[in-house]
Unconditional design. Sequence first.
Length: 220
Amino acid sequence: MKQDTYKHKGLRQQMVEALRDSGITDENVLRAMGEVQRHWFLDSALDTLAYEDRALKISCEQTISRPSTVAMQSQLLNVQPGMKVLEIGTGSGYQAAVLCKMGAKVFSVERQKGLFDHTRKLLDGLGYRVRCFLGDGYQGLTEMNYGPYDRIIVTCGAPEIPAPLMAQLKEGGIMVIPLGEEEQEMLRITKNGSDKKDWKVEKFGTYSFVPMLDGRNMGR
Ligand code: SAH
């Protein structure tokens, strides 16, 4: 059974201070990241690395995003408590847990069955009320009818802005999405109207994510 030791707590506090120094100002993001025990979302062998600012391997050849990326995406999302947030790419569940701690109602889609099964149980066991779904996040969550969402966060590199996702975003809503194939540009899109010309697009630098894959090859 893993524990949250003084060492974990200390390293986590240092991580939060480093995020603050690097320009993260949203106190809700900093508080949530100070509370979520990132080491639970990793293999025990990686325990000591959990609070370093690096991406680490999880199963199914996927990665948990580095803390600075999670903080940046969470801050760009401008989440208020009670908002409905759709995440594409559940992965380890860490980003979903952070959003949950921030008070969001989180819906998360993962295309890898192995990760979906593992992470759903983990989040549940840790008491995070994240609704997890297995499916192709490119399509969002149409058939479930939970939308539209106040916020959408994509945590895999998208080759294009998925039209079904924009359709499931509320008017006035925000989508944060890393766009590109080899490397990605972080975009924040504010949907000021249903027409594309009403979308405000802002850019926030270059990142490196695992690719958003096509749902037709589910689980590979
Ligand atoms: N948010 C995650 C990041 C995981 S990496 C975390 O905090 O750990 C990105 C994840 O996106 C991977 O698990 C990958 O399997 C998933 N993914 C890739 N393409 C997808 C798609 N079309 N639909 C849903 N998930 C997808």
